[in-house]
Design a protein around this ligand. Structure first.
Ligand code: F6R
Length: 259
């Protein structure tokens, strides 16, 4: 696990976009795992900018999103389908057949979750999975206490997560109670992880994830078990870290700091 500390959110987004761009150079048909939420928006904006200005090409990728609310139709303003269209997909020419987001309206949710796992396998597995972290240490919607080997399934959202996400809805009552989410086991099978953590409100979760004990109560701590994980954070999020960390991926490789 390599923790990279950047000055601010913008620098985190640029470093993350550079890593994605590097992987696209070696594999244009990258299988990219995507996250929603506020954190990766800067990364997506930077990728869009690079596509327009630098000729970065995402048209051949296959994507798999981490999660979607149950009972929220794809066109709902707060669905993750809609979020991804607005923040990324509408700005580039992706093949819709290669874009995957769990369907929160599936009639048979269990069968749908199995199908989703099969699609990931059929695509050859996720090459690079983008992750955010909840203030309670969740990854995707794997809330504290989730099984560390879990697969795609329905999870009940914790009160804290519903409160945190209430900012996107008119009232707390409207915040969904359930979500379909890739499991921790599913996420851990990605060949590389790219976790982004920004802002003071995430400082304790980041400390627990990268310097705390491995525990199901902090699902993000599983990142310590991954063989190739990058954790790119800003100074505010890093304020409680004690370990020595690098300022960029290139600096880390110069100082021979290992993943
Ligand atoms: C969303 C997801 C969640 C978020 C987390 C942080 O697809 O998987 O785990 O990454 O809730 O959300 P923000 O970035 O809004 O703080």
């Amino acid at each position: 696990m390599l923790v990279i500390i950047k000055d601010d959110y913008q620098a985190v987004s640029k470093e993350a976009a550079q890593l994605v761009a590097n992987r696209l150079l070696t594999k244009p048909n990258l299988v990219l795992g995507l996250a929603t939420g506020s954190t990766p928006i800067g990364l997506y904006q930077e990728l869009i900018r690079r596509c327009r200005q630098d000729g970065l090409d995402l048209t051949k990728i296959t994507s798999f999103n981490l999660d979607e609310y149950v009972g929220v139709p794809p066109d709902h303003p707060h669905s993750y389908h809609r979020f991804m269209r607005e923040q990324l997909f509408d700005h580039m020419n992706l093949d819709p057949r290669h874009v995957h987001i769990p369907n929160g309206m599936a009639m048979d949710i269990e069968a749908h979750c199995e199908w989703y796992e099969e699609q990931i396998q059929r695509a050859g597995g996720v090459d690079l999975q983008v992750l955010g972290v909840g203030a309670n240490g969740h990854i995707a919607f794997n809330e504290p206490g989730s099984s560390l080997g879990s697969r795609t399934r329905v999870k009940t959202l914790s009160h804290k997560t519903r409160e945190d996400n209430a900012r996107f809805f008119a009232s707390m009552d409207e915040v969904p109670r359930y979500a379909i989410t890739m499991g921790i086991g599913t996420i851990m099978e990605a060949r590389e992880l790219l976790m982004l953590v920004t802002g003071e409100s995430k400082a304790a979760a980041l400390r627990d994830a990268v310097e705390g004990p491995l525990t199901a109560m902090v699902p993000a701590s599983m990142i310590q078990m991954h063989r190739k994980a990058y954790v790119i954070v800003d100074r505010a999020a890093a304020s409680l870290l004690q370990g020595e960390h690098s300022a960029s991926i290139s600096e880390a490789s110069l100082t021979r700091r290992r993943l």
